[in-house]
Design a binder for this molecule. Structure first.
Ligand SMILES: Cc1cc2nc3c(=O)[nH]c(=O)nc-3n(C[C@H](O)[C@H](O)[C@H](O)COP(=O)(O)OP(=O)(O)OC[C@H]3O[C@@H](n4cnc5c(N)ncnc54)[C@H](O)[C@@H]3O)c2cc1C
Length: 590
């Protein structure tokens, strides 16, 4: 019952969906064989090296003593091997030592690292984001000193926004930055919940810290971004004195036990030396560069945990025998493998369908990010598409990560609740992804208030047209194996269209009503887009007679008839449920 990287599935979605197919044309030198080679090797590392560390890492955690953290046995070696393989640098710019490969290909790799171990996978995600922000906004000097080592992964990066009073409301942060005579800054204050804030995987840790200058405007417009190294770096590149930043303690958490989550203290001795990244008071814009990629990567964590939980549940359901399924093939004991019971089949198909749909959405988002690099109308349209899909990639995928991991526990029955099987760890680990990098509630607000209204609604309308083309294509097949796929998806797109029109009409005049329906709208969007993408995949597999067409048709059909079909209820929750939310105070007092 061990994890196997789903390399063939990933390759199919990547190569034939909107993830890599257009990027392949852009990256002239890259062909399908190169992609297969990268995916196979990433899959091998995730399966053979990372996955075996997952359960021991969960049990060991990251003990903290005298300011130091002990990582679980084998983690340092696994990280070093991973860096030596060049995996941190897959999508980084070539001028800083990166491989310049498409983000969509990196997304597939990120999925596999997180299937191996979510606690491992989250560290590199932050380092990659830090490198991206530095490449975009850092001075030449900062880039020369820090970028090559962040790109290679020789040093890890952190992302530091959260303070006790400033979580979702980043603008409430109080960490101070004061200008020093030499052009650097002195940082004082406290950050909480900092992932990989301290550890022993790398010789240096480069913190990216949001802080406020004394004369900064209040709120989001008064935040600046600083690079704060754990160890100062001398002119010759050697490590110098320890900077005035330390981990004060670590959190004891529900999951991802092997990812150290630290409280960081700045300024015990007058202030940590920080270097400004970008302009003063423009830090949030720089941080958003990190955060959009980090949000997609956290969405991929949802896909990853769902994939791993599904594999495990399928293995268990084939072996575990209970009861006698109607018309069953019986084992020696006279009972059937539980996979033959319709209710268990339903759970497994729900797991498989949600996982595949979320993968399609995440890879499509990564592909849009790739295509957005450059000038011209096409790049601008891709940028809009990435902006629209990012909150869905993050929130839909991590919500289904929790649901699928929960179903994984259910398929195991009582054994799912017992730690020994590992199903419980997936469920515990999955939970954080819906919270960090902007809670899923905040993603839904972002979708409704900023993304749906992009270009006056033209961006979302264009996407709806695309979904309708998928529906038409599946309706045109007339293949009975698709059942009611075309009809159910058509209804789902209609529901999404009406809910979108309703939201656009409310945003200015009754924003409170629009906000009340944000989360069901995001789910409606994810279910509908995911359903259409699964249908696209099934049609492609049929056309190519490759990629297990029968299985893909079965998944697309199940999803349309059992998941996308919930669209009308979600539409009603958006368009008719707001009043019951906003007038509910009586039920929430006392
Ligand atoms: C394990 C772990 C690792 C983390 N790693 C990092 C890290 O590396 N760097 C970092 O900076 N932070 C990190 N965080 C912090 C994380 O990003 C925050 O916990 C998260 O953004 C939510 O903030 P909060 O906990 O203050 O919750 P709150 O902001 O208090 O939110 C509580 C609830 O209220 C809702 N809510 C809040 N405001 C609104 C609103 N305006 N409208 C609607 N609903 C709202 C939220 O959706 C949520 O459901 C980490 C947290 C954890 C637990």
């Amino acid at each position: 019952m061990s994890y196997r990287a789903p390399v063939a599935d990933i390759a199919f979605t990547l190569k034939h969906g909107p993830g890599l197919a257009p990027a392949l044309r852009q990256h002239g030198g890259l062909d399908a064989d190169d992609i297969d080679a990268v995916l196979a090797e990433a899959g091998r590392y995730a399966t053979e090296v990372l996955a075996p560390l997952n359960a021991p890492g969960d049990r060991h955690g990251t003990p903290f003593k005298d300011g130091r953290i002990t990582m679980p046995p084998g983690w340092k070696e696994a990280y070093r091997g991973w860096v030596a393989g060049g995996w941190n640098a897959v999508a980084a710019p070539t001028e800083w030592g990166g491989q310049g490969l498409p983000h969509a290909l990196n997304a597939a790799c990120i999925e596999m690292w997180n299937e191996g171990s979510m606690a491992f996978g989250i560290g590199p995600v932050l380092t990659m984001g830090a490198a991206e922000a530095l490449a975009a906004y850092g001075s030449d000097d900062l880039k020369r000193t820090y970028l090559p080592k962040l790109v290679s992964g020789e040093w890890m990066g952190t992302m530091q926004l959260t303070e006790p009073q400033a979580g979702s409301d980043v603008g409430a942060l109080r960490t101070k930055a004061e200008r020093a005579a030499d052009g650097t800054y002195r940082i004082t204050g406290q950050k909480i919940f900092i992932t990989y804030g301290e550890h022993e995987l790398t010789d240096n840790i480069i913190h990216f810290v949001l802080a406020r200058l004394p004369d900064a405007p209040a709120g989001n417009k008064g935040i600046s971004l600083f690079l704060v190294p754990k160890f100062m770096v001398n002119r010759d590149g050697a490590l110098g004195a320890r900077n005035d930043v330390r981990a004060h303690s670590i959190e004891h958490k529900l999951g991802i036990h092997a990812s150290p989550t630290c409280t960081m203290v700045y300024g015990d001795n007058g202030g940590a030396i920080g270097y400004l990244v970008g302009e003063e008071n423009r830090g949030l814009a720089c941080m958003f560069t990190m955060m959009n990629l980090a949000r997609l990567a956290v969405g991929l964590q949802g896909v990853a945990i769902a994939e791993r939980a599904t594999q495990q549940a399928l293995d268990y359901a084939r072996e575990r025998k209970q009861g006698r399924a109607l018309g069953a093939t019986l084992g020696a004991s006279g009972s059937s493998p539980i996979i033959e019971h319709p209710d268990v089949k339903r759970m497994l198909m729900t797991m498989r369908g949600l996982t595949r749909a979320a993968r399609c959405i995440c890879y499509a988002t990564a592909g849009a990010i790739d295509r957005s690099h450059g000038d011209g109308e096409a790049a601008k349209a891709a940028n809009d598409r990435a902006a629209l899909l990012t909150p869905i990639a993050k929130a839909f995928s991590t919500d289904i990560g929790v649901e699928v991991a929960s179903l994984g526990v259910q398929v195991h029955g009582g054994m799912g609740f017992i730690e020994e099987t590992g199903a419980a760890q997936h469920y515990r680990d999955a939970r954080i992804a819906a919270i960090y990098e902007g809670t899923n509630g905040i993603q839904a607000l972002d979708l409704v208030t900023r993304k749906v209204s992009l270009n006056g609604g033209a961006v979302v309308r264009l996407y709806l047209d695309e979904l309708r083309r998928s529906v038409k294509a599946v309706q045109a097949t007339n293949d009975p194996a698709f059942g009611a796929t075309g009809a159910r998806l058509s209804e789902a797109v209609d529901s999404l269209d009406r809910a979108t029109t309703w939201l656009l009409s409310k945003l200015d005049k009754e924003p409170q009503a629009a906000l009340a329906g944000a989360t069901p709208y995001l789910r409606l969007f994810g279910n509908t887009a995911g359903g259409c993408m699964l249908a696209d995949e099934a049609l492609t597999a049929m056309r190519l007679a490759d990629g297990e067409p029968a299985a893909r048709i079965a998944i697309a059909r199940f999803f349309a008839e059992n998941v996308a079909v919930q669209a009308s209820g979600l539409e009603r929750a958006v368009t008719e449920g707001a009043d019951s939310v906003n007038s509910a105070d009586a039920a929430l007092t006392g």
